[in-house]
Design a protein around this ligand. Structure first.
Ligand code: TGC
Ligand code: FAD
Length: 394
């Protein structure tokens, strides 16, 4: 397959750029250039093969995409949440699996180590994760407990200077290649605790999940714990309960809100260009009302989501955001991006299913993105509970 020449032009219908600083724009352009140079030419082939491009881990570390909001003294970027959001937008414009790797590493592995970890844990793990020398993964979902993680059965039991970890996690991004896993497990009292498990610990294995039709350029696997001895110094001292993992998810869901719109922007740009070039019935298909309706609705939804994300970023920077707002933005972005990619695929006709264009890959990826980090339904229920005060989960 010929490598893609990526001529993406970002839509900015409501001049959102004027709301950003020069530094934000510089960061976004740097990541955009990286994606055009290093990701777009290779990603389709990796997705078709169902293979994770491992060599990009170090590149993402060098670029500062791992833990951009973590303080510089631990190897992070010391940047704000708008910068982080823009990075995720650009990475997912390339591929959702690439953004996933950065989300997991930054928000689900580095953030809990920074926020809930001891100073020793921070110093030991954060610089290596920030640089991309180590890759991390996050284990919350279990085979029988996905949307309802509080029912998890993975557990730790006290054994003197260490704990014994038993159980299994499923659908874990990056698990087959990760050196470090942040794992959530219940202790003897039924309290959820976070533990850092390292590759090579006896009884710990990470089988790969095969046969995915979505997120094919991202590695997904299990985490299996059979009497694993984990030193007590690997337990997070500063958090107990479900609010630990859910706090990490709030950060990652924020990044997904930006990322999914990146994928939508790529599909819109591709469909717009195609509609101007493809001639049927003697004129460009972009001249037909039915195709214009699709394009007009796409740019409208992209613009609304861009403004929502920008405002959410400002609230994050000011420390005023609540998880329900993040939840709404994640759900909205995933839904509109999924619809935009499906419409873009239609505009491309038969070419829409071909790997010559990025549209079908984005469309398939978004089926995972709309499911992980809380399904569309779960986020609807979070908003429903917030506005009515009634819990419809149980
Ligand atoms: P609930 O009683 O509501 O809450 C328990 C405690 O947590 C607090 N809390 C949060 N804290 C921070 N951020 C949030 N988003 C929070 N949501 C709730 C809450 O205040 C409470 O605190 P406290 O102090 O009172 O103990 O819990 P629940 O058991 O009723 O569950 C609520 C529900 C269903 C919304 C939650 O469990 C949920 O979000 N389920 C979805 C599960 C999910 O998102 N899993 C994601 C797995 S990781 C993943 O998919 C990574 S993909 C990575 C990639 O490749 O990009
Ligand atoms: P279920 O919880 O079984 O849900 C099935 C259906 O029931 C859904 O439609 C759901 O919305 C609906 N439902 C559930 N409860 C209710 C309710 N109360 N009311 C109404 N409807 C309800 N997890 C991790 O921990 N770490 C990772 O790195 C990770 N990476 C992933 C990567 C990929 C590619 C995928 C696909 C998943 C990943 N996940 C990860 C798991 C992901 O978070 C879960 O798949 C997701 O939370 C949903 O859980 P589930 O698949 O068990 O579905």
């Amino acid at each position: 397959m010929a490598a893609r020449t990526d001529n993406f032009q970002s839509p900015d219908y409501f001049k959102v750029d004027e709301l950003l600083t020069e530094e934000h724009i510089l960061i976004r352009e740097t990541v955009r250039k990286y994606v055009k140079r290093e990701i777009s030419p290779i990603i389709e082939e990796y997705a078709q093969k169902g293979e994770f491009p491992k060599h990009i881990i170090k590149q993402l570390g060098d670029l500062g995409c791992f833990g951009p909001t973590i303080p510089e003294q631990y190897g992070g970027g010391g940047l704000d949440y708008l910068a982080y959001g823009l990075m995720m937008q650009e990475l997912e414009r390339g591929d959702s699996g690439v953004r996933s790797t950065a989300s997991v590493q930054g928000s689900l592995v580095m953030f809990p180590i920074y926020q809930y970890g001891s100073e020793e844990q921070r110093k030991k793990y954060l610089p290596k994760l920030a640089s991309g020398d180590w890759l991390g993964c996050f284990g919350l979902t279990e085979p029988d407990h996905g949307s309802d993680p509080s029912s998890m059965i993975t557990n730790i039991r006290d054994a003197g200077d260490h704990v014994i970890l038993n159980g299994a996690k499923m659908w874990i991004s990056n698990s087959p290649f990760a050196q470090v896993a942040v794992v959530w497990a219940k202790d003897e009292t039924g309290e959820i605790r976070g533990v850092i498990v390292e590759k090579g610990m006896e009884g710990f294995s990470t089988p790969t999940t095969h046969g995915k039709w979505s997120l094919r350029a991202s590695a997904t696997g299990e985490l299996v714990f059979d009497q694993v001895k984990v030193p007590k110094e690997n337990i997070f001292p500063n958090v107990k309960g479900l609010k630990g993992p859910l706090g990490c998810l709030t950060k990652a869901r924020y990044g997904i809100a930006w990322g999914a719109i990146g994928a939508a922007m790529d599909c819109y740009d591709t469909a717009l260009n195609y509609s101007k070039e493809r001639i049927q019935f003697g004129k460009p298909i972009g001249g037909f009302q039915l195709q214009q309706k699709k394009l007009a609705e796409m740019i409208t939804e992209i613009t609304k989501a861009q403004l929502l994300n920008w405002r959410l970023g400002v609230l994050m920077n000011e420390g005023k955001v609540n998880p329900q707002q993040v939840s709404m933005a994640k759900r909205n972005a995933c839904e509109v991006a999924t619809n935009i990619c499906r419409d873009a695929r239609q505009i491309l006709g038969g070419m829409g299913i071909s790997g010559e264009y990025p549209v079908m890959r984005h469309m398939m990826n978004l089926e995972s993105v709309i499911t992980y980090e809380g399904t569309h339904d779960i986020h609807l229920l979070i908003t429903g509970m917030d506005v009515t005060g009634f819990n419809a989960f149980k």
